[in-house]
Write a new protein. Sequence first.
Length: 299
Amino acid sequence: MMQELPELPKHDNYDEYLEEPLLEYIVELCDKICPNIDFDEDGEAYLLSSLAPRTFALRYYPIKKERNENGEVIREIELESKIDTSFKSKYENDVWIKRTLEKLSYNKSKFWYLLLFIKDYVLTTKNNSYAIGLSEKEQLQILVGLIAQNCGGNGSYNDMKVSISINNVTKFTIDNVNVLRYLGISIADKIKEIEYGSIMANSPLTAGATKLSNTAMLWLFKNTFDELLPKNYPTGKAIGKETFVLGKNSLIARLFYISGLSNNESFMDWSKAGKVLANTISSYSESDVDRHYNIIYSG
């Protein structure tokens, strides 16, 4: 009989979840993917421990606080958890996952909460994120890059024009390669003066929430797990039906399926799941997921 997964303890002080043993893997991961950022007296940014594990606990055990007219809490009401645990038995009873985690020396209970977090992180990125637009500095860098590529100093150049339109009417066009080259050099020189954290360097959020595709969700799920899974992952005879140990991509695909994020049964076939996953996201290697701001876990 398999040992039951322990329930996450309730802490009155949510900051205690940052030290909660069952959330150890979440804390380690979050310090990599969504660290807390602060600035010193000189305006230089530095990293602090992530508060995302605390956010996860607040979503696992959400509480509504009722306050009086003076702002004092008079009652706390426990709400329904926002974390989906409906696939717990599938995780608990899956021998492939059990053997693979043993091979990797992972604690199965801590890994369960890691899986819950990553699923929630992916879903909140899908449903509660805003697309990050190009900052003014990034737009200038793209312009400089295009000029450098097409109006290089080696004597060869492509047919390139820079047009200025007002009310959709072109008013002025630059097509002289020397002028374009001088424009690029001048802008590149000025870009150096744009400081980190300044208004021109800040990336704007587009109006309205944007949805990620299912392929993008799989890409994000895989890349988030890749941040924590060991780089020297077992290979060769250590993997297969005799050992009940999954390859890295096959493990990720299986977790994606049993967590309810996919209905592709190929993800449960140890011999092909890894290839199916790789092929599914192969055209998505240059993902735009990193240009989304997760308003749940990035705050």
